[in-house]
Design a binder for this molecule. Structure first.
Ligand SMILES: O=P(O)(O)OC[C@H]1O[C@H](O[C@H]2O[C@H](CO)[C@@H](O)[C@H](O)[C@H]2O)[C@H](O)[C@@H](O)[C@@H]1O
Ligand SMILES: O=c1ccn([C@@H]2O[C@H](COP(=O)(O)OP(=O)(O)O)[C@@H](O)[C@H]2O)c(=O)[nH]1
Length: 475
């Protein structure tokens, strides 16, 4: 059987399946790779003075990982720069935060080339190569230049932006052209896939070559949506572990009979945390009788803290949380418990289970796995209610959540009221349907569907398609 070679910027498998690794991509890939023989290749997170291309192989949590160090300049121009100051804000519809510098562009191209050059000696002819996320869009082009003829797939974990937005990026066409060196391109949602198709047809003068096939730049690729899931069974078990139970008991004690509204996010401006705090304040104003009966626990794990926009949002959140607490707190009640640290997955499971309501209200999000983890961790006898932004990829699947517009304080305030008042029978009915979806569309289903597409059609079916696949001929 072919090996699966997974390539991503972040390689962060938990040594113990119960432990957390911040960010949904790392969590999902660790779970996905445990079932396949193969290698997970990417950046170690470390920098050295000069790039050596030396690989460190390790076996962690049942997964073989291959790590490479980058240079300090790479970290600044590729990770902090093009990935997180250019592509991330733009793809999350924040053109106001998007900065574009030529050095970022050069750093991005350099690291993609370095990744390809370092990976090639590890490859075997039968390997399936699966590249992940916006950090590595041009990776297939670099691999093809080095003569790699293996099947290569790409999965984008974040939203694909609307055509008019993407065209604000200098050299957008050149970036999209590099995607046509893949065999399969996957998006989180149908909406994202449609936005990509719209760009290809109207900006790249491409065409639809057949069901799920797009032609442009003399190449044809398979394009589809593959919504990512969680390791549902693993999470359900984690929620019953000793650590989760201890954390649950600790939360129950600290509730002191109050109801808990919960948020768990990386500290990122795309997660809508400021809007969430303000909507919760609106709820306190709209329902003074409930004030001391409820509190919001917001876990916001620091992220990408060398990027100014992240320093800025952290500063703003400190201010907003402080102001609301100063205004509404009483001697024995604080409306917002605001925590800037990361928790292990099993601890999180216990915290999710103790919550009455989860507020998952990003302004824009590729998927949002916290929404799915919250559902998986609930007590079947007394499940909590999920309030979910319609702008999270997860909203397409989780239609039994209370869907909200995260830009509207009134809408969110009303959703909190309805969620807290929801009778048990209704909570159970909605939760059961949500859980069914979380279990069915789990991380294994996601991986298996993508890998099946990456393997391609059986040889006899593929013959007819060969002439369109220009990249097959690249030496
Ligand atoms: O690696 P970091 O810079 O620390 O950031 C963490 C990850 O954030 C993003 O996650 C996305 O992937 C999730 C799983 O598909 C998805 O649910 C979420 O909506 C996305 O935001 C990023 O795309 C990853 O590359 C980062 O590793
Ligand atoms: O203290 C924390 C906060 C978050 N997470 C994990 O980080 C992931 C966040 O993924 P999501 O898709 O919601 O968003 P992302 O951060 O990838 O944009 C989830 O698996 C969380 O369990 C964690 O392990 N510890």
């Amino acid at each position: 059987m072919s090996r699966l070679i997974v390539v991503s910027n972040r390689v962060n498998p938990p040594a113990d399946p119960g432990l957390g690794s911040t960010g949904g991509l790392a969590m999902a890939l660790a779970a996905a790779l445990r079932e396949y023989s193969g290698v997970w290749f990417g950046w170690s997170g470390e920098t050295t003075e000069h790039f050596t291309g030396q690989i460190r192989m390790q076996r962690v949590g049942g997964v073989t990982i291959a790590l490479v160090d980058l240079e300090e300049q790479d970290r600044l121009e590729y990770y902090n720069g093009y990935a997180n100051k250019t592509l991330w804000p733009l793809f999350h519809y924040r053109t106001d935060l998007t900065s574009y510098e030529r050095s970022f562009d050069e750093g991005y191209a350099r690291v993609n080339r370095r990744f390809a050059e370092t990976l090639v000696p590890l490859l075997e002819p039968d390997d399936l190569i699966w590249v992940h996320d916006y950090h590595l869009i041009p990776m297939a082009r670099e691999l093809r230049k080095l003569g790699v003829k293996n099947r290569i797939g790409f999965f984008l974990h974040i939203p694909w932006p609307a055509r008019r937005l993407l065209t604000t990026l200098p050299k957008h066409r050149a970036l999209v052209e590099t995607l046509f060196d893949y065999d399969v391109i996957g998006f989180q949602t149908e909406d994202n896939r449609e936005a990509f198709e719209d760009y290809v047809i109207h900006e790249a003068h491409g065409s639809v070559a057949g069901p799920g096939r797009l032609t442009a730049f003399d190449h044809t690729v398979q394009v589809d949506s593959f919504p990512i899931g969680i390791d549902a069974q693993g999470f359900i078990e984690a929620a019953k572990s000793d650590e989760a139970t201890q954390q649950f008991d600790r939360m129950q004690t600290s509730l002191a009979g109050r109801r808990m509204v919960l948020g768990v996010d990386r500290l990122d401006y795309s997660k809508g945390l400021e809007e969430r705090f303000l909507a919760y304040e609106q709820f306190l104003i709209d329902h003074p009788e409930q004030q001391e009966d409820v509190f919001l626990l917001q876990i916001a794990t620091p992220s990408r803290d060398e990027v100014e926009a992240y320093q800025e949002i952290r500063h703003r959140l400190d201010g907003v949380a402080g102001r609301i607490n100063g205004e509404f707190a009483t001697v024995d009640w604080v409306p917002i418990r605001y925590v800037n640290r990361g928790y292990r997955r099993d601890q999180l499971a216990g915290i999710y289970r103790a919550a009455d309501v989860a507020l998952v209200t990003p302004l824009r999000d590729g998927m949002n796995l916290v929404a799915k983890e919250f559902v998986a961790a609930q007590d079947p006898e007394d499940p909590g209610v999920l309030i979910l932004s319609r702008f999270a990829g997860a909203a397409d699947q989780m239609t039994d959540a209370v869907l909200v517009n995260p830009f509207s304080r009134e809408d969110m305030s009303d959703a909190i009221r309805r969620a807290l008042a929801m009778p048990l029978t209704k909570r159970r009915m909605r939760w059961e349907r949500l859980l069914e979806g979380v279990k069915r569309d789990d991380v294994n289903a996601w991986r298996d569907r993508f890998v099946a597409a990456l393997r391609g059609p059986p040889p006899e079916a593929a013959n007819g398609d060969k002439p369109e696949d220009g990249h097959q001929a690249v030496a």
